[in-house]
Each structure stands twice: as C-alpha cells, then as structure tokens.
Design a protein around this ligand. Structure first.
Ligand code: BGC
Length: 767
C-alpha cells in the first residue's frame, strides 16, 4: 500500500516548492502568440518544421569534435532553427538575412552562445561569483553580460549552470555555484533575472537556458560526462531545486545534460523532460540537447541515429544541438510511425514561440546594431564593475601575523608560473575574453603598487613538470610560459629574486583550463613542481603570500600549515589582476566565503557540509574511534568548511536570540544575532543561518543553509541581523515525495561559516 502511494505521488507530484510556478504571459498576449504560431505552422511543410529543431554551430567546432557544414545552404533550405557561437552584428546579420530572405517562410534564426561569466567584459568564474554571496552583484554581472552579448548579435545564452557540485575532481565545478542547494537556487533566480530582464523583447536581453538538466554535477568519480545514479529523495531535496528556481524565475529554455540518470540518459529521459519538467513543473519553454547529445545516445547504447533521435523527441527534447539526428531521420520515423506529426508539431511550436517571445518576428535584426557593438561592449563602466566584482569573490583562507595587506613600499617579488600570464586570468569558459589585453597579475600589482614599490618577477617553475599535461591544461590559447631548463635552476633563480625582496607573492595553483569541461583531476593539489618552488621560497625566511588560482576546491593542507597567508583568487575575469592587487594592498578588504568545501585530502571527496548523520557518528572533536564513522588516516573535518572566509578585520557573534521557542504552521519566528566588527578596518561579513531537523520521517542533513545576509561594518560597529523562519523554511520531500514540514524540534545555527556557529533550538508545533 505504502509503495502504491509513493508511486502515485511521484507521478502526480503531490505538493511542494517544486510544483508548477513558472510565470505565465498575460492571456491576451498568449492568445496572440498562439494564433501567430498556428497560422505560421499551417503553412509549414514537415521538413520545415523539422528544420526549426536543428541547432548548428557557425561552422566551427566548439566543445566537441563535430562541426556543422554548409550552414548557409541549410539556412536557405529552411533546415536550421538556430546557430550558436556566431557573433558580431555583421556575421549575425548575414546569416539572418539568408533566413529571412532566402528561406521559403522567412523564419528568423535564434542565435545562442555560452555567455557564462560575462561576455567580452569577463567576470569571475561562477564558483567564484557564488563565493561573493552577493545576489545583487551576481544579477548585475548577468545584466552586463546580456547587454554586451546582445549588442554583438546574441539573443540566447547557455547559462545559468546550476548543477550542484560536491566532487572537486569534476572540472566543471568551476562553472557551478558550488555544493549548496539553497545558495545555488538564489543564484539561479537572480541570473535568469539578470539575463532576461523584465522583457525578453527588448534588444538588450538574452533568453536564459538553465543547464545541465539534470544532476550533471553528480557524475560518478567526478569524471566528466559520467553516469549518475541517485535516489529520488536526494534528487528532490538536494539537486533539483536550483533548476526549478531558474524555471520559476522564467528561464525560457533548458539544456538536457549529457549524463545517464538512473539508466536513461537525460537527452532521452521522458520522466525527466516531460513528466517532471513539463507536467509537474509547468515549464513552457523549449529544451535543447547539449552538444551532440542526441548522437551520443548511440554510444550510450540506445540504438542508431534514427532510433535515438525518435527517442529524444518523444522524451521531450525539442532542439538538437549539432547532431543533425533530427533533420536526418525524423521524417523517416514519421513515415514509419515511430514519431507522430503531433510530436514534431509540439517541438516546432515551442521553438517558434521562443522566437516570438524574443520579438524576432517583429524585427529579426534587432540584435545587429553596429553602433551598440561599438559603444556598449567593454565600456569603462563595465570594466570598472568587473574589477569591483572580482574583488568581492576572493577568499582569504589564512592571514597569520597580518602578512596581508601588503604595504605600498619596499620590494615585492612576484613569483610563479601564473604571475606573468595574461591568457590564464579570465578563467575557463570565457570564449569572448580578450586574452591579449587582460592584465597579468604582475601587471596588476605594478599598477596598484604605485611608484614607491619595486616589483621583481621570476617564473620559478613550470605549471607542471609534465609537458604534455601542461599542453592539455593550457588549451584554447590559454598559454603559460614554459622553461625547459632543469627544475632546480629555475627554482634557484626565483629564490635569488625572493632574497632581494621584503615579501614574496607566490602566484601558484591551477591553470584556467585545469578546470572546466573535460578537465577532471584525480589529484586536486597544486602540481608538485610548484610545491617545490613554494617550499624553496618559504626557506628564504621571507614572508610569503600564496595567491592561489583555482577552479575548484583544492587539497592544500601542507600549504595551509606552512604558508603564512593564502588568498584564493579563483579565476577572476578580465580585471582579475587589478582586483587581486586591490585586495593584496588592502584597498579592498576581502569578504568572499567558500561555496564549496575544501577537503583535507582527495580521499574525503565528495565532501559537503550538509551531510546526513550515520548511526555511528564520531563524537565532536574526535578523530578516529573504532566502530565509528571515520577514517584511520584523516579526521572527518574539512580543511576549510563551506561558507568560510577571513577578512582584514575580525567579527564577533553574540548569542542567537529567538522571538519565541515554538510556532505553529502559518506563523513565524525570528532569529537574531548581533555581529560586531572587532578589528580596525571596515569590512563585510556574510552572516549565515542553518537549521537541523532533529527528528524526521526520513533522515535529514546535519545542517542546511536557510538564509544569509551580507553586511558591512565599520570598526567597532555592531549590527543585529534578523532572519525570519516560517514553516516553509522547514519543508522537505518525504519518502512519498510530499513536500512537508514535520512538527518537532529543530536546531538553529548562525555563524560566519558552516562549522563555526552559535546555536539555539525551537519547535514547530502541530496544527
Ligand atoms: C557543454 C555545454 C555548452 C555546449 C555548447 C557543451 O559541451 O556541456 O555547457 O553549453 O557545449 O557550447
């Protein structure tokens, strides 16, 4: 009986925040669109309808081996619905002109691109933006990106990427918002808002595409494109909410992920794309595959191109990115009764609707303004914002003896393979970044230090001693200089430079292409040769600041035990160098907090704070205890917990004060804490609220983020931060996938990170 209920609930999706909430256009506008699209479709042949489902590249391979060919010929024949990675008003206009003058029905094309963290003005990688915990800032980065990309011909972005990522081996954790469901959901919402604005028809907005639907971040072993196998409980409670948040915010499109989900790859997963996305969530936009996702179903073992194309269409996947499986086989499948005319019509309708929503039928050239391209891209205001934004994302991991901030005096040695490279700065997935004109860290430090400082530089080591690995980790023009002399010679040269300085800035870590797509690692530490360099620099006795470039949480236990100051700078976009220098010299006080846990070693991965308790948890503060859940060789603690980050000032937290110790459904209570700046400079602090459901019908995480506020405090100043807690904040999906809050006791925690918290307790009463 119990089982039957579960299944029924699963299908009908009984209740909860994952239910349909997507905004609907006004009925009159909807009716106008329906009539327009119906009239157009009445004139379309089956080939023309299938043509709309075809998304091609502008003729260059981007993220796979496949390349689209004879694009212009296909557009003229009505065999293309959209193009991606074709930019600039001139090129876009040329392609659009073929569509609206040479194709029989003159249907405009949609133009997509991976506008992931900025366009030409590049912002920090998404994992870094998440570390700002500043939603207004994140939204503004998306708004600026939309403005620049739309000025250059684009009207559709393959962003936001909101895959929950808890395995730091996975290279694409860099593109994610990190490990936490709540934080990622907030980011999903504001990014869609930033891209799409309040009106998709405006010429400065982009249609968002939330990806990768779904669970791509849970790939087994952190290996890219790998299998995902997950309970519904975990999916609904932990992995699905950020996608849903993007859809509720009105995201116009969704990208199916590459991975297999419980035996059915997302691209052909009817449960995912139709039952969940459309029927339960009420999504009304269109779904695109990922790059050659349809074709890849052949390798997944689901059949030949005709079969996998039919499967994908019937599953609810409307647009075929690059595979051309739809244009090549759907007509045959229709004739053979393997797909229906209604299947094709439904898909075609959704794509035409997207074009209608973008206003392309009114003006197909609205994104092709040479004037906008000249005046609205890389503007001084955007560049200034990129610098300000980047500085908000850096995380100060350690600052012993106040080595930082540096004085603008004396001699500074800037050493390391990442010190003097421009191309490495913007970060993975920044296809439009101007690599040649992005300042290197050395240039940024020189510019900000002013003329009272002598800045020395030395390479110190290669990125890695393995030349092949370095080549694979510096693709797409992201070159890093290489010195083929013996390792000791290069290190000794750097040591000699360090000896002439008052302080050493060691620019070490990953290259930007050591994270991102198809850049998984089984060793997430700083490459050995760089560690040798770091050890040699420390031996000089000079104070060393490690400026850590990272696209993921890294295992830096030795570094954190031995280096006095560590500033994690991720990859900060086009103004990263100046922003790093602003923080190093104290012009900006760091305030970033980790959006993903830093493990002590690779064996702890996947690691995240919101774990479940076992039946044999270790007692707090203990390490190994026989027959308790832990390891022989390492404690269960992270190196740096989720939410962690220091400042040049210090903050103290008062006790948690509740307005009441219990409340009933429909009521709420408040939890307050007074935070004081106990240091001598102004600083920002992210005050974090977590809860724990102490007794549940299913096991519940030991902590879950439920709120945060970023505040600014002058030296000596105190502020009381208040959070409101209602029944809604306590809801979760139970065993029947009903979204419920269960009466009982809850712990509440408030603090500067997920480990270091003050706690209190309250009860949710029954009705
Ligand atoms: C990636 C997507 C990206 C697409 C188009 C794929 O390989 O997984 O994130 O949007 O390429 O460039």
């Amino acid at each position: 009986m119990k089982k039957a209920t579960s299944l029924l609930c699963m299908m009908a999706f009984c209740a909860g925040s994952l239910r349909a909430q997507a905004p609907k256009p006004a009925p009159a506008e909807q009716a106008k669109m329906n009539t327009f699209v119906s009239q157009l479709m009445a004139r379309m042949t089956i080939d023309e309808k299938i043509g709309q489902l075809n998304l091609v590249t502008g003729g260059e391979a981007t993220t796979g081996e496949a390349v689209s060919n004879d694009v212009e010929g296909k557009i003229a024949k009505g065999q293309v619905g959209g193009i991606f990675s074709l930019t600039t008003p001139g090129r876009v206009r040329k392609a659009q002109q073929i569509a609206v003058t040479k194709s029989r029905l003159k249907i405009p094309l949609i133009f997509g691109q991976d506008v992931i963290h900025g366009y030409k003005t590049t912002f920090p990688i998404p994992l870094a933006l998440a570390a700002s915990w500043d939603m207004a800032l994140v939204e503004r980065t998306a708004r600026v990106a939309a403005n620049e990309a739309s000025a250059d011909g684009i009207n559709w972005t393959f962003s936001p990427m909101v895959d929950i990522a808890r395995d730091a081996r996975w290279g694409r954790i860099a593109e994610s918002c990190g490990e936490d469901t709540y934080l990622a959901s907030q980011i999903a919402r504001v990014m869609v808002k930033g891209y799409q604005g309040d009106d998709l028809k405006k010429n400065n907005t982009l249609m968002a595409c939330v990806k990768h639907f779904a669970l791509y971040g849970a790939a087994e072993s952190g290996r890219d494109y790998n299998t995902t196998d997950m309970s519904l409980n975990r999916m609904y409670n932990e992995y699905l909410p950020p996608y849903k948040a993007a859809i509720d915010a009105g995201a116009g499109s969704v990208m199916a992920s590459f991975n297999d989900i419980n035996g059915v790859p997302a691209t052909a997963n009817k449960w995912l794309l139709t039952d969940l996305l459309r029927k339960q969530w009420g999504f009304t936009g269109f779904v695109t595959s990922d790059y050659t996702g349809v074709n890849e179903l052949i390798e997944h073992g689901l059949g030949d191109l005709q079969r996998v194309s039919a499967l994908s269409l019937k599953a609810g996947m409307e647009m075929d990115m690059v595979s051309e499986g739809y244009v090549k086989t759907l007509k045959k499948s229709l004739e053979e009764g393997k797909v229906s005319a209604a299947d094709i019509d439904n898909a075609c309708r959704l794509i035409l609707e997207a074009k209608y929503k973008l206003g392309l039928f009114d003006d197909p050239y609205k994104y092709c303004s040479e004037k906008r391209a000249k005046t609205e891209i890389l503007t001084p205001a955007n560049i200034k914002f990129a610098r300000d934004a980047a500085a908000q994302t850096f995380v100060l991991l350690k600052n012993q003896n106040k080595v930082l901030p540096l004085k603008k005096a004396g001699t500074i040695a800037v050493i390391g393979p990442l010190a003097n490279t421009r191309a490495n700065m913007p970060g993975t997935w920044s296809v439009n970044a101007d690599l040649a004109n992005t300042p290197s860290l050395l240039e940024g430090i020189k510019a900000v230090a002013g003329n009272k400082v002598t800045v020395l530089n030395s390479l110190g080591s290669n990125l890695t001693s393995d030349a092949t690995l370095q080549k694979n980790a510096t693709m797409f023009g992201r070159d890093i200089p290489r010195d083929e002399r013996p390792e000791e010679v290069v290190i000794n040269e750097a040591v000699a430079t360090a000896q002439k300085a008052d302080v050493v800035v060691a620019a070490l870590g990953e290259s930007s292409e050591m994270s991102g797509e198809s850049s998984s690692r089984t060793d997430i530490g700083i490459p050995e040769v760089q560690k040798h360099l770091l050890a040699a620099l420390l031996k000089t006795g000079k104070p060393v600041v490690l400026v850590l470039f990272a696209g993921r949480p890294m295992t830096i236990k030795w570094e954190s035990e031995n280096v006095p100051a560590i500033l994690n700078v991720w990859f900060g976009g086009s103004q990263a160098a100046n922003a790093i220098a602003d923080v190093l010299f104290g012009d900006v006080n760091p305030s970033g907090k980790l959006a993903a846990t830093f493990p002590q070693n690779i064996g702890q991965v996947p690691m995240y704070y919101s774990q479940k308790s076992t039946g044999r948890p270790l007692a707090p503060g203990t390490w190994f205890t026989k027959f308790r859940s832990g390891y022989l060789d390492v404690s269960n603690d992270p190196l740096y917990p989720f939410g962690y980050g220091l400042s040049y000032t210090t903050f103290s937290y008062g006790d948690v004060k509740l307005s009441a110790n219990s409340f009933k459904p429909g009521q709420s209570i408040t939890a307050s804490v007074t935070v004081t700046n106990t240091g001598s400079v102004e600083g920002k602090e992210v005050v974090q609220l977590y809860t724990r459901d102490l007794v549940g019908s299913i096991t519940r995480p030991v902590k879950e983020l439920k709120g945060f506020q970023k505040i600014s405090l002058k030296p000596g100043e105190s502020k009381t931060v208040t959070f409101t807690i209602s029944e809604n904040d306590l809801k979760f999906y139970n065993a029947d996938l009903q979204y419920v809050a269960e009466p009982g006791d809850f712990k509440i925690f408030i603090g500067p990170n997920s480990s270091d918290v003050k706690e209190s307790q309250f009860a949710l009463l029954g009705k």
